[in-house]
Design a protein around this ligand. Structure first.
Ligand SMILES: [Zn+2]
Length: 313
């Protein structure tokens, strides 16, 4: 979610309800974890075995439903799609170049359907699913776009039915990323492509380290002026909006465990929001982290967010 949206959780001072449940690592099932931060009253831990960052105790479905009911209070228009324009252009081209000229796509968490529009225009059967009734109504006004409202749950779609399934900034919100990816795999046709984008914990870890320096937390708080003019903390997860934090290494494990191959993980394009100065800084950060990532053959990828593609066998 966008920076302005993540700060919503903070401004509303959302806190644990006491119904949260202790969980094990979603990817490797290890119980071995280390507390790395407390954010909005929630414990953020890192799996000592595979490195997955997650919130434990984890909020229940009921608590999350309540949270999300207030999460997009005055969201209007397709701001998110505008912010994501560069990613959407690059990633739709990537998929269209590799797939048959006419195919079928499902975009999970599709919002106003701006990513799907790029496929509908080419004659693809463009389908989506999203929590927000308002976003679904807007998306369905697009020609050749069919979006349903709700949660991406097992069994909603037929097996082997999509050429592409995408989930941009969704998996960090999921209570069970392994189940999510397994279901995406099931509904893809053999050879079909899966695309996902999540915040990158390699980048967040830099802030986590900085926050341990005396006075630095205060300085970071002052620096992080949000779009509404208020300062907010550099939270690495920001629960309960986000429940999992991934690195290229854990994304690779998540996807390969589900059966995917031809996995590629690349830096995401900067989100187009903020003042001119902020945009320049973001472009600089994107450029620098991309160069580092390329120079290391993507072995070290410190970009703020990463995009992954993988193929069903
Ligand atoms: Zn683990």
């Amino acid at each position: 979610m966008s920076e302005s949206q993540t700060s919503v959780a903070e401004n509303r001072a959302w806190s644990p309800t006491g119904r949260e449940q202790e969980i094990d690592c979603n990817i490797c099932k290890s119980q071995n974890k280390k507390l790395i931060a407390v954010e909005n009253g929630y414990k953020v831990v890192r799996c000592a075995d595979c490195g997955l960052v997650y919130v434990s105790p984890q909020p229940t479905n009921v608590d999350l439903q309540e949270f999300y009911d207030q999460y997009f209070p005055e969201e209007s228009g397709d701001i998110w799609g505008d912010m994501m324009r560069r990613n959407f252009d690059r990633d739709s081209t990537h998929i269209l170049e590799q797939m048959p000229p006419i195919g079928t796509i499902l975009d999970i968490g599709c919002g106003h359907g701006l990513f799907l529009r790029r496929f509908a225009e080419k004659g693809w059967d463009a389908r989506g699913i999203d929590f927000s009734p308002e976003a679904v109504a807007a998306a369905n006004q697009g020609e050749n776009i069919s979006v349903q409202q709700g949660e991406f749950a097992p069994g909603l779609f037929e097996a082997d039915s999509f050429d592409a399934v995408t989930a941009w900034y969704v998996l960090e919100h999921a209570r069970d990323p392994v189940d999510f990816v397994a279901e995406a795999y099931r509904i893809l046709k053999p050879g079909g492509i899966f695309g996902m984008r999540v915040p990158n914990m390699v980048f967040s870890n830099i802030f986590l380290a900085l926050k341990k320096i005396p006075k630095m937390d205060e300085l970071l708080f002052k620096l992080n002026i949000d779009t509404d003019g208020k300062s907010s903390h550099f939270n690495i997860i920001d629960p309960p909006a986000h429940l999992h934090g991934f690195t290229p290494k854990t994304i690779n494990k998540l996807l390969s465990n589900s059966g995917f191959d031809r996995i590629s993980i690349i830096p995401s394009q900067p989100v187009e929001v903020g003042s001119k100065g902020t945009l320049a800084a973001k472009n600089f950060l994107f450029g620098t982290t991309s160069v580092v990532s390329h120079l290391t053959g993507h072995a070290f990828n410190p970009a703020p967010a990463v995009t992954a593609f993988a193929r069903k066998r």
